[in-house]
Design a protein around this ligand. Structure first.
Ligand code: 5AD
Ligand code: SF4
Length: 429
């Protein structure tokens, strides 16, 4: 969501006559888009903003703007800690940045605008896509769930859905503009439409997006409690919907899941996973896991390891529990020792690595359809792209071709090597 917001910020700034500079040190305007979901991200963003004090001292005319979730949470109090910041804007008013910028450029000090909510969607603003062939398409913003560890509902507000028409219009325009892959976005895409239509219409919007002819569709994130059999059936039957699903489990322990307010158990989660693999045998499943939620015991952690073994994840994002002020979990008793958490975290990561390595090994000798992203960062003679399971795949660039001209096209790669986090092979078509 932050990437999408950032693309809109870039689009707005370009429409206001600014252009992307060669480096930050020579920029006239610097915009930070922040995240506060965990202390780590929060601290890192604030550290970077703080380090710009030195730049501001030598280039006082540089405008520093801070947007995103930290701004939404802290509002004007951000200026007390970081007085060199010129603009603070929240998550609901990205579209107002040009106006706030012109006020700051006219000499106004400490421009702050943070709204409690809005009915506008950043998608309706001009955007500059990071890759011309990929687009983020929010279908909902905000979240109505109350996972006890999570700050998102506070900084992104209640869930609001875009209308079906607005989403389909945007995707149709994107396809005409050469987009090959869209990622539908929402904190919980499965409840899409509930606020507008009285019932979720995610399965429907998924099939309507497929009908636009966009070659590849991804979506994130799916809350396990709301993933319907209808959605699974649409995924299974539409060739353009990637057989990849991000299904955060957070914990494998029923007791911890209850304390997290997740509304499912280990057994309902695993039976959902079973139904998914039955319907979509080649599904690439990914997840988020929090280690060290208050009161988590070794037995609870063993339950998480059990889910990891049984769900055969291709990828898992693992997080050390981070207390967020104002969330119910931050006020709970039983915070777990740092060393205990680190030890569990290391064991969890080892389990995930071995599962992912095993899954990838099964792809040796297969042919994978790859959407090319460009040259690999490690080797300019090698192409990098992703298969529909979102796995990174490398292949030597064919003689006489250039990475830039292949970016955004599909190639077939026969897999000759498998690793934990990527596959490699040769282009056969
Ligand atoms: N501490 C650790 N991880 C968190 N997440 C959200 N809030 C916290 C927190 N307070 C993780 C969840 C979520 C992902 C986006 O971030 O796993 O799915
Ligand atoms: Fe946070 Fe839970 Fe909403 Fe995800 S579903 S954004 S974890 S409250």
């Amino acid at each position: 969501m932050n990437k999408h917001d950032s693309e809109r910020v870039a689009g707005l700034l370009e429409s206001s006559g600014l252009s992307h500079g060669p480096d930050i040190a020579s920029a006239d305007v610097v915009v930070f888009m922040t995240c506060c979901v965990r202390e780590n991200a929060d601290g890192r963003a604030m550290g970077q903003v703080a380090s710009f004090k030195a730049l501001k001292d030598v280039r006082p005319h540089t405008i520093i703007a801070v947007g995103g979730c930290v701004s939404q949470r802290d509002g004007s109090s951000l200026l007390r800690e970081l007085p060199h910041v010129d603009i603070v804007f929240g998550t609901h008013n990205v579209g107002r940045l040009p106006e706030l910028l012109s006020r700051a450029m006219a000499g106004e000090r400490g421009v702050v605008e943070v709204l409690d909510g809005t009915n506008d969607f950043a998608s309706d603003l001009p955007g500059v896509r990071e890759h011309p062939w990929h687009a983020w398409v929010p279908i909902t913003v905000g979240c109505d769930n109350h996972c006890t560890y999570c700050i998102v509902p506070r900084v992104r507000g209640p869930e609001r859905s875009r209308t079906v028409e607005s989403v389909i219009d945007e995707v149709t325009r994107l396809v005409a503009d050469g987009v090959r892959e869209v990622t539908l976005l929402g904190q919980n895409v499965n409840s899409y439409g509930r606020d507008l239509y009285g019932q979720p219409r995610f399965a429907e919007i998924l099939s309507r997006v497929a009908a636009t002819g966009v070659p590849r569709i991804r979506f994130a994130t799916s809350h396990p409690k709301d993933l319907s059999d209808e959605t699974i059936a649409v995924m299974a039957s539409s060739p353009s919907i990637c057989k990849a699903l991000h299904l955060p489990v957070q914990s494998g322990s029923d007791r911890v899941l209850r304390a997290m307010n997740r509304h499912y158990t280990q057994s309902t989660y695993l039976s959902l996973v079973g139904r998914l693999y039955d319907a979509i045998p080649n599904l690439a499943l990914s997840t988020d896991i929090i280690v060290g939620f208050p009161t988590e015991s070794e037995d609870d952690f063993q339950d998480t390891l059990r889910v990891v073994r049984e769900a055969h994840y291709d990828q898992a994002f693992t997080f050390i529990y981070s207390p967020r002020e104002g969330t119910p979990a931050a006020a709970m008793e039983g915070h777990v020792d740092r060393e205990v958490i680190q030890d569990r975290f290391d064991r969890l990561v080892a389990e995930i690595h071995s599962g992912a390595t095993e899954n990838n090994a099964k792809l040796l000798g297969t042919t994978q359809r790859v959407l090319v992203e460009g040259a690999s960062r490690r080797d300019e003679n090698v192409l990098a792209g992703r298969n529909e399971g979102n796995k990174v795949i490398h292949a030597p660039i064919p003689i006489g071709r250039r990475a830039e001209e292949l970016a955004g096209t599909f190639v077939d790669v026969e897999i000759t090597e498998t690793h934990t986090w990527f596959l490699a092979g040769t282009i056969i078509g």
